[in-house]
Design a protein around this ligand. Structure first.
Ligand code: KDG
Length: 319
Protein backbone atom coordinates (compact mmCIF):
# COMPACT_ATOMS: atom_id res chain seq x y z
CA UNK A 1 0.00 0.00 0.00
CA UNK A 2 1.04 3.63 -0.52
CA UNK A 3 2.15 6.55 1.64
CA UNK A 4 -0.14 8.96 -0.20
CA UNK A 5 -3.56 8.83 -1.78
CA UNK A 6 -5.93 11.17 -3.56
CA UNK A 7 -9.23 11.07 -5.45
CA UNK A 8 -10.11 13.08 -8.55
CA UNK A 9 -11.12 13.27 -12.17
CA UNK A 10 -8.26 12.65 -14.61
CA UNK A 11 -8.42 14.58 -17.85
CA UNK A 12 -6.71 14.24 -21.20
CA UNK A 13 -5.46 17.77 -21.80
CA UNK A 14 -4.83 19.22 -25.26
CA UNK A 15 -2.56 22.23 -24.75
CA UNK A 16 -2.30 24.60 -27.70
CA UNK A 17 1.18 25.08 -29.11
CA UNK A 18 0.26 28.44 -30.67
CA UNK A 19 0.83 31.44 -28.42
CA UNK A 20 -2.07 33.91 -28.14
CA UNK A 21 -4.28 32.01 -30.65
CA UNK A 22 -7.86 31.36 -29.60
CA UNK A 23 -8.95 27.76 -29.03
CA UNK A 24 -11.19 28.10 -32.05
CA UNK A 25 -8.27 29.00 -34.34
CA UNK A 26 -5.43 26.95 -32.87
CA UNK A 27 -4.54 23.89 -34.97
CA UNK A 28 -1.64 22.33 -33.11
CA UNK A 29 -2.03 20.78 -29.68
CA UNK A 30 0.07 18.58 -27.45
CA UNK A 31 -1.61 15.91 -25.32
CA UNK A 32 -0.91 15.73 -21.57
CA UNK A 33 -2.25 14.04 -18.46
CA UNK A 34 -4.15 16.58 -16.31
CA UNK A 35 -6.58 16.90 -13.42
CA UNK A 36 -5.72 18.79 -10.25
CA UNK A 37 -5.48 15.78 -7.94
CA UNK A 38 -3.69 13.51 -10.40
CA UNK A 39 -1.17 16.33 -10.83
CA UNK A 40 -0.46 16.08 -7.11
CA UNK A 41 -0.07 12.29 -7.34
CA UNK A 42 2.41 12.72 -10.22
CA UNK A 43 4.48 15.21 -8.22
CA UNK A 44 4.46 13.12 -5.04
CA UNK A 45 5.49 10.03 -6.97
CA UNK A 46 8.22 11.89 -8.88
CA UNK A 47 9.77 12.84 -5.54
CA UNK A 48 9.98 9.16 -4.64
CA UNK A 49 6.87 8.57 -2.51
CA UNK A 50 4.44 5.78 -3.27
CA UNK A 51 1.05 7.11 -4.23
CA UNK A 52 -2.38 5.79 -5.12
CA UNK A 53 -4.97 7.57 -7.26
CA UNK A 54 -8.69 6.84 -6.95
CA UNK A 55 -11.04 7.44 -9.87
CA UNK A 56 -13.07 5.93 -12.68
CA UNK A 57 -12.11 6.13 -16.37
CA UNK A 58 -13.95 5.11 -19.51
CA UNK A 59 -12.93 2.20 -21.71
CA UNK A 60 -11.76 4.56 -24.45
CA UNK A 61 -8.46 5.91 -25.81
CA UNK A 62 -8.34 8.76 -23.27
CA UNK A 63 -8.90 6.30 -20.41
CA UNK A 64 -6.11 4.08 -21.77
CA UNK A 65 -3.83 7.11 -22.21
CA UNK A 66 -4.44 8.11 -18.58
CA UNK A 67 -3.80 4.60 -17.19
CA UNK A 68 -0.56 4.39 -19.23
CA UNK A 69 0.63 7.76 -17.89
CA UNK A 70 -0.21 6.66 -14.31
CA UNK A 71 1.84 3.48 -14.74
CA UNK A 72 4.67 5.47 -16.31
CA UNK A 73 4.63 7.75 -13.24
CA UNK A 74 4.53 4.73 -10.88
CA UNK A 75 1.15 5.74 -9.44
CA UNK A 76 -0.98 2.93 -8.01
CA UNK A 77 -4.16 2.10 -9.94
CA UNK A 78 -5.71 -0.48 -7.56
CA UNK A 79 -8.72 1.75 -6.84
CA UNK A 80 -9.47 2.81 -10.39
CA UNK A 81 -12.58 1.34 -11.98
CA UNK A 82 -13.32 1.29 -15.71
CA UNK A 83 -16.68 1.69 -17.38
CA UNK A 84 -17.83 1.11 -20.94
CA UNK A 85 -20.92 3.29 -20.36
CA UNK A 86 -19.35 6.77 -20.05
CA UNK A 87 -16.43 8.65 -21.64
CA UNK A 88 -13.23 9.85 -20.00
CA UNK A 89 -13.07 13.65 -19.78
CA UNK A 90 -10.85 15.85 -21.94
CA UNK A 91 -10.11 19.57 -22.11
CA UNK A 92 -8.55 22.21 -24.37
CA UNK A 93 -6.18 24.85 -23.02
CA UNK A 94 -4.83 27.82 -24.95
CA UNK A 95 -1.32 29.24 -24.68
CA UNK A 96 -1.03 32.89 -23.61
CA UNK A 97 1.98 35.20 -23.43
CA UNK A 98 0.57 36.81 -20.27
CA UNK A 99 -1.82 35.81 -17.47
CA UNK A 100 -3.83 32.61 -17.07
CA UNK A 101 -4.85 30.52 -20.10
CA UNK A 102 -8.47 29.81 -20.92
CA UNK A 103 -9.74 26.28 -20.58
CA UNK A 104 -12.65 24.48 -22.22
CA UNK A 105 -13.85 21.24 -20.64
CA UNK A 106 -15.58 18.23 -22.16
CA UNK A 107 -16.41 16.46 -18.90
CA UNK A 108 -20.15 16.64 -18.10
CA UNK A 109 -21.49 13.15 -17.36
CA UNK A 110 -17.98 11.68 -17.59
CA UNK A 111 -16.85 8.27 -16.32
CA UNK A 112 -15.45 9.90 -13.14
CA UNK A 113 -18.79 11.68 -12.56
CA UNK A 114 -20.33 8.19 -12.34
CA UNK A 115 -17.81 7.00 -9.75
CA UNK A 116 -19.25 4.31 -7.46
CA UNK A 117 -18.13 4.63 -3.87
CA UNK A 118 -18.12 0.88 -3.05
CA UNK A 119 -14.53 0.64 -4.31
CA UNK A 120 -13.48 2.88 -1.37
CA UNK A 121 -14.20 -0.01 1.03
CA UNK A 122 -11.23 -1.85 -0.50
CA UNK A 123 -8.66 0.81 0.45
CA UNK A 124 -5.82 -0.36 2.67
CA UNK A 125 -4.96 2.64 4.86
CA UNK A 126 -2.26 0.87 6.85
CA UNK A 127 0.69 2.77 5.34
CA UNK A 128 -1.05 5.96 4.23
CA UNK A 129 0.63 9.01 5.80
CA UNK A 130 -1.24 11.77 3.98
CA UNK A 131 -4.25 12.24 1.70
CA UNK A 132 -4.99 15.19 -0.57
CA UNK A 133 -8.51 16.36 -1.35
CA UNK A 134 -9.69 19.16 -3.60
CA UNK A 135 -12.96 20.95 -4.29
CA UNK A 136 -13.11 19.74 -7.90
CA UNK A 137 -14.19 16.12 -7.49
CA UNK A 138 -17.20 16.93 -5.24
CA UNK A 139 -18.31 19.48 -7.86
CA UNK A 140 -18.54 17.13 -10.84
CA UNK A 141 -21.69 15.18 -9.78
CA UNK A 142 -23.81 14.15 -6.79
CA UNK A 143 -22.32 10.63 -7.02
CA UNK A 144 -18.79 12.02 -6.86
CA UNK A 145 -19.67 14.26 -3.93
CA UNK A 146 -21.24 11.41 -2.02
CA UNK A 147 -18.11 9.27 -2.60
CA UNK A 148 -15.92 12.18 -1.56
CA UNK A 149 -17.81 12.56 1.73
CA UNK A 150 -17.54 8.82 2.33
CA UNK A 151 -13.78 8.99 1.73
CA UNK A 152 -13.55 11.83 4.28
CA UNK A 153 -15.29 9.55 6.82
CA UNK A 154 -12.81 6.76 6.10
CA UNK A 155 -9.84 9.13 6.37
CA UNK A 156 -11.13 10.42 9.70
CA UNK A 157 -11.71 6.90 10.99
CA UNK A 158 -8.16 5.94 10.01
CA UNK A 159 -6.73 9.21 11.39
CA UNK A 160 -5.00 10.16 8.15
CA UNK A 161 -3.56 13.69 7.84
CA UNK A 162 -5.45 15.51 5.11
CA UNK A 163 -4.77 18.56 2.96
CA UNK A 164 -7.66 20.34 1.23
CA UNK A 165 -7.33 22.73 -1.72
CA UNK A 166 -10.62 24.53 -2.52
CA UNK A 167 -9.69 24.62 -6.25
CA UNK A 168 -12.76 26.67 -7.15
CA UNK A 169 -14.27 25.79 -10.53
CA UNK A 170 -17.47 27.92 -10.65
CA UNK A 171 -18.50 26.41 -13.99
CA UNK A 172 -18.94 23.01 -12.30
CA UNK A 173 -21.37 24.26 -9.63
CA UNK A 174 -25.09 25.13 -9.93
CA UNK A 175 -24.58 28.43 -8.07
CA UNK A 176 -21.89 30.39 -6.22
CA UNK A 177 -23.84 29.95 -2.96
CA UNK A 178 -23.81 26.17 -3.32
CA UNK A 179 -20.09 26.20 -4.16
CA UNK A 180 -19.14 28.39 -1.20
CA UNK A 181 -21.28 26.50 1.31
CA UNK A 182 -20.10 23.06 0.18
CA UNK A 183 -16.41 23.94 -0.12
CA UNK A 184 -16.31 25.57 3.32
CA UNK A 185 -18.07 22.57 4.84
CA UNK A 186 -15.64 20.12 3.20
CA UNK A 187 -12.64 22.25 4.22
CA UNK A 188 -13.65 21.97 7.87
CA UNK A 189 -12.76 18.25 7.80
CA UNK A 190 -9.14 18.79 6.71
CA UNK A 191 -6.15 19.29 8.97
CA UNK A 192 -4.49 21.65 6.49
CA UNK A 193 -6.50 24.01 4.26
CA UNK A 194 -4.81 25.59 1.22
CA UNK A 195 -6.88 28.47 -0.19
CA UNK A 196 -5.52 30.86 -2.80
CA UNK A 197 -5.80 34.56 -1.96
CA UNK A 198 -8.31 35.12 -4.80
CA UNK A 199 -10.37 32.16 -3.59
CA UNK A 200 -10.50 33.71 -0.10
CA UNK A 201 -12.36 36.66 -1.53
CA UNK A 202 -15.06 34.36 -2.98
CA UNK A 203 -15.20 31.89 -0.09
CA UNK A 204 -15.28 34.26 2.87
CA UNK A 205 -15.26 37.76 1.42
CA UNK A 206 -11.74 38.97 2.16
CA UNK A 207 -8.32 39.25 0.51
CA UNK A 208 -6.61 39.64 3.87
CA UNK A 209 -4.54 36.44 4.40
CA UNK A 210 -4.93 36.63 8.16
CA UNK A 211 -8.72 36.97 7.92
CA UNK A 212 -8.89 34.05 5.49
CA UNK A 213 -6.78 31.89 7.81
CA UNK A 214 -8.82 32.85 10.88
CA UNK A 215 -12.03 31.96 9.07
CA UNK A 216 -10.88 28.38 8.41
CA UNK A 217 -9.23 27.94 11.82
CA UNK A 218 -12.46 28.96 13.54
CA UNK A 219 -14.75 27.23 11.05
CA UNK A 220 -13.04 23.87 11.15
CA UNK A 221 -13.23 21.33 13.90
CA UNK A 222 -10.35 19.43 12.26
CA UNK A 223 -8.37 22.34 10.81
CA UNK A 224 -5.06 23.05 12.57
CA UNK A 225 -3.20 24.91 9.83
CA UNK A 226 -4.21 27.27 7.03
CA UNK A 227 -1.76 28.18 4.27
CA UNK A 228 -2.95 31.01 2.04
CA UNK A 229 -1.25 30.93 -1.37
CA UNK A 230 -0.18 34.44 -2.39
CA UNK A 231 1.05 33.66 -5.94
CA UNK A 232 4.53 35.10 -6.62
CA UNK A 233 4.53 36.60 -3.12
CA UNK A 234 4.74 33.13 -1.54
CA UNK A 235 2.43 31.90 1.22
CA UNK A 236 0.98 33.02 4.55
CA UNK A 237 0.83 30.36 7.25
CA UNK A 238 -1.30 30.45 10.38
CA UNK A 239 -1.79 27.72 12.95
CA UNK A 240 -4.40 26.98 15.57
CA UNK A 241 -2.05 28.12 18.38
CA UNK A 242 -2.15 31.63 16.83
CA UNK A 243 1.40 31.60 15.39
CA UNK A 244 1.74 32.98 11.87
CA UNK A 245 4.40 33.89 9.30
CA UNK A 246 4.91 34.53 5.59
CA UNK A 247 7.24 32.38 3.47
CA UNK A 248 8.39 34.42 0.44
CA UNK A 249 8.02 33.00 -3.07
CA UNK A 250 10.73 32.39 -5.68
CA UNK A 251 11.40 34.54 -8.73
CA UNK A 252 10.64 32.88 -12.04
CA UNK A 253 12.56 33.82 -15.20
CA UNK A 254 9.85 32.88 -17.72
CA UNK A 255 6.22 31.97 -17.05
CA UNK A 256 5.05 29.52 -19.73
CA UNK A 257 1.76 28.35 -18.15
CA UNK A 258 0.35 29.09 -14.68
CA UNK A 259 -1.95 26.05 -14.48
CA UNK A 260 -0.62 23.36 -12.15
CA UNK A 261 1.24 25.76 -9.84
CA UNK A 262 -1.27 25.30 -7.00
CA UNK A 263 -1.07 21.52 -7.34
CA UNK A 264 2.73 21.79 -7.38
CA UNK A 265 2.49 23.77 -4.14
CA UNK A 266 0.55 20.87 -2.58
CA UNK A 267 3.20 18.42 -3.85
CA UNK A 268 5.97 20.31 -2.06
CA UNK A 269 4.05 20.62 1.16
CA UNK A 270 2.86 17.01 1.27
CA UNK A 271 6.18 15.37 0.37
CA UNK A 272 8.09 17.46 2.91
CA UNK A 273 5.57 16.59 5.64
CA UNK A 274 5.70 12.88 4.71
CA UNK A 275 9.49 13.15 5.11
CA UNK A 276 9.01 14.63 8.61
CA UNK A 277 10.21 18.16 7.77
CA UNK A 278 9.08 21.17 9.81
CA UNK A 279 6.09 23.08 8.42
CA UNK A 280 8.11 26.16 7.41
CA UNK A 281 10.59 24.08 5.40
CA UNK A 282 7.63 22.28 3.81
CA UNK A 283 6.18 25.62 2.70
CA UNK A 284 9.54 26.66 1.20
CA UNK A 285 9.45 23.44 -0.87
CA UNK A 286 5.80 24.13 -1.76
CA UNK A 287 6.71 27.60 -3.08
CA UNK A 288 9.66 26.13 -5.00
CA UNK A 289 7.60 23.50 -6.83
CA UNK A 290 4.86 26.07 -7.53
CA UNK A 291 7.55 28.24 -9.20
CA UNK A 292 9.03 25.30 -11.13
CA UNK A 293 5.57 24.31 -12.38
CA UNK A 294 4.88 27.56 -14.24
CA UNK A 295 7.93 27.13 -16.44
CA UNK A 296 6.50 24.36 -18.64
CA UNK A 297 3.36 23.95 -20.79
CA UNK A 298 1.63 20.90 -19.25
CA UNK A 299 0.13 20.94 -15.75
CA UNK A 300 2.63 18.56 -14.15
CA UNK A 301 5.62 18.14 -16.47
CA UNK A 302 7.56 20.85 -14.59
CA UNK A 303 7.38 19.00 -11.27
CA UNK A 304 10.86 17.99 -10.15
CA UNK A 305 12.74 14.83 -9.32
CA UNK A 306 14.62 15.00 -5.98
CA UNK A 307 17.80 16.02 -7.86
CA UNK A 308 16.05 18.81 -9.81
CA UNK A 309 14.44 20.12 -6.60
CA UNK A 310 17.77 20.17 -4.77
CA UNK A 311 19.43 21.97 -7.72
CA UNK A 312 16.62 24.57 -7.88
CA UNK A 313 16.84 25.31 -4.14
CA UNK A 314 20.65 25.47 -4.26
CA UNK A 315 20.58 27.79 -7.24
CA UNK A 316 18.17 30.16 -5.47
CA UNK A 317 20.47 30.29 -2.42
CA UNK A 318 23.47 31.20 -4.55
CA UNK A 319 21.67 34.17 -6.20
O1 KDG B 1 -5.15 22.48 -11.27
C1 KDG B 1 -5.05 22.03 -12.61
C2 KDG B 1 -6.40 21.70 -13.12
O2 KDG B 1 -7.13 22.87 -13.27
C3 KDG B 1 -6.45 20.99 -14.42
O3 KDG B 1 -5.54 19.92 -14.47
C4 KDG B 1 -7.79 20.48 -14.81
O4 KDG B 1 -8.66 19.33 -12.91
C5 KDG B 1 -8.75 20.25 -13.68
C6 KDG B 1 -9.82 21.18 -13.52
O5 KDG B 1 -10.91 20.78 -13.18
O6 KDG B 1 -9.62 22.36 -13.75
Amino acid sequence: MSEFLTIGEPIALFGSEEVDKSLKDALHFQKFLAGAEVNVAVGVSRLGHSSEYITQVGKDPFGEFIIDRLHENKIGTDYISETADFWTAFQLKDRVSDGDPSIFYFRKGSAAAHFEKEILDKIDFSEVKMAHLSGIFPAISPAAQSAFRYLIELLEKNQIRTTFDPNLRPQLWASTEEMVETINDLASHAEIVLPGINEGEILMGSRDPEAIADFYLNNGSATKTVIVKLGTEGAFVKQKDGSSYTVPGFKVAEVVDTVGAGDGFAVGLITALIEGKELEEAVVRANAIGAMAVQSPGDNDGYPTPEQLAAFLQNQKVK
